[in-house]
Ligand binder design. Structure first.
Ligand code: PMP
Length: 418
């Protein structure tokens, strides 16, 4: 019987990777690709950073798996301790799972148990994962929801302040979003029924749209006023990606719960939520767990990842290379009226494509992304219409590679006709 991969999967590049090194991937013919996808923002320290490889190899030979509610292990304890160096102030209790979706589910269970309230409010364009509860909270595109109904009840949707989408200034979009949120709390999900606001500091899959300081401050103020918890989904924005350790550090977004995954372990499956002891102890012991959570090799890789981020100044590098990349992308956009917006933070940058009528142009964005791959630059699209081409390289990317990527990008955009 000839077997092959399920057509459920949609391939973005068709490249078969044989090995990776830093921000580069080599295919089976040893062709070199600039990997500005980083496994969707996962390989924060680059592919196969020697210190991450050494830590994982050492751990593989020592202990691969010890189910963490049965037996604990040193890499887990070391990681918990080290996370104290980077977690937002006061969030001193950590729970581990394997993926972003699972961590979002863990946060959902926590806030429901802790408050005794059934509902959560999420924000339009948000992506929180593919499991049923996480998909119920996901509105970055119908492809993540269509045909899966009925999804989970108790999720209510408010606008995210997206200036490009509404054609407004950031201030106008923020005012609208907060006003609609108040209306929602007054008409649909009363504060007494609302456990949490769940939001990304930068919409990721929804199109690389940063929140605003006023918006996150507005959420914080309403959360405090109504006893609602603020859950920040930092799965894509955390661990240095935006040029600060956490995406919300760009804004006034003090969270009650932070959700993290992706860059945390340089490619090993690991995710976490963190909250205060007071909040975590309002949930029920033993109500969460899992067979593989906090895998020993993944935890060892996460500790090494944090070492590398700190020792090599990767957060600062993300900020500096992000500025360089943004300047290059803006220059390309200035010469091409199909690219109407270059936006994002640090090394999380998107280019919005619009057609002559000003409508989102997923067809051109997709064609450009495909052509870039043919020319050796791996990119992804995002946004509800697939109209945004995003750049999300490893945080170790250097000046020369950023220049090379911008060069390929300029040629690619020029070569693709609308
Ligand atoms: N939240 C955000 C903000 C994400 O970007 C993602 C993944 N793109 C997830 C949650 C889900 O993570 P995972 O794919 O690991 O389940």
């Amino acid at each position: 019987m000839a077997t092959s991969l399920s057509p459920l999967l949609k391939q973005a590049t068709g490249v078969i990777a044989a090995r990776g090194e830093g921000a580069l991937i080599f295919d089976e013919d040893d062709r070199r690709f600039l990997d500005f996808t980083a496994g969707i923002g996962v390989t924060s320290t680059g592919h196969c950073h020697p210190r991450v490889v050494a830590a994982a190899q050492e751990q593989v030979g020592r202990l691969i798996h010890a189910q963490y509610t049965t037996v604990m292990h040193r890499p887990l304890l070391r990681l918990v301790e080290r996370m104290g160096e980077v977690l937002p102030a006061g969030l001193d209790r950590v729970f581990f799972a394997n993926s972003g979706s699972e961590a979002v589910e863990a946060a959902l269970r926590l806030v429901r148990q802790a408050t005794g309230r059934p509902n959560v409010v999420t924000f339009h364009g948000g992506f929180h994962g593919r499991t049923v509860a996480a998909a119920s909270m996901t509105t970055s595109g119908t492809k993540f929801r269509s045909g899966f109904a009925p999804l989970m009840a108790g999720v209510h949707l408010a606008p995210f302040p997206s200036p490009t989408h509404y054609g407004w200034s950031e201030q106008e979009a923020t005012r609208f979003a907060l006003r609609e949120l108040d209306y929602l709390l007054q008409t649909v999900s009363s504060p007494a029924d609302t456990a949490a606001f769940v939001v990304e500091p930068v919409l990721g899959e929804g199109g690389y749209v940063p929140a605003s300081t006023e918006f996150l401050a507005g959420l914080r103020e309403r959360a405090d006023r109504h006893g609602i918890l603020l859950v920040l989904d930092e799965v894509q924005t955390g661990w240095g990606r935006t040029g600060r350790f956490w995406g919300h550090e760009h804004f006034d977004g003090r969270p009650d719960v932070v959700v993290t995954a992706k860059g945390l372990a340089s490619g090993f499956p690991l995710s976490a939520i963190a909250a205060s002891e007071e909040l975590m102890s309002r949930a029920w012991p033993g109500s969460q767990g899992g067979t593989y959570g906090a895998n020993a090799v993944a935890c060892a890789a996460a500790v090494a990842t944090l070492d590398v981020i700190q020792d090599e100044g990767l957060v600062e590098n993300a900020a500096a290379r992000g500025e360089q990349l943004r300047a290059g992308l803006e220059k390309v956009a200035a010469d091409d009226d199909r690219i109407t917006d270059v936006r994002g933070l640090g090394l999380m940058l998107g280019n919005e494509f619009r057609d002559h009528a000003g409508e989102p142009d997923g067809a051109t964005a997709g064609a450009v992304q495909q052509e870039a791959a043919r020319r050796g630059l791996l990119l992804l699209t995002c946004g509800a219409w697939g109209q945004v081409v995003r750049f999300i390289p490893a945080l170790v990317v250097d000046e020369a590679l950023v220049d090379e990527a911008v060069g390929i990008w300029a040629e690619t955009v020029e070569s693709v006709a609308s």
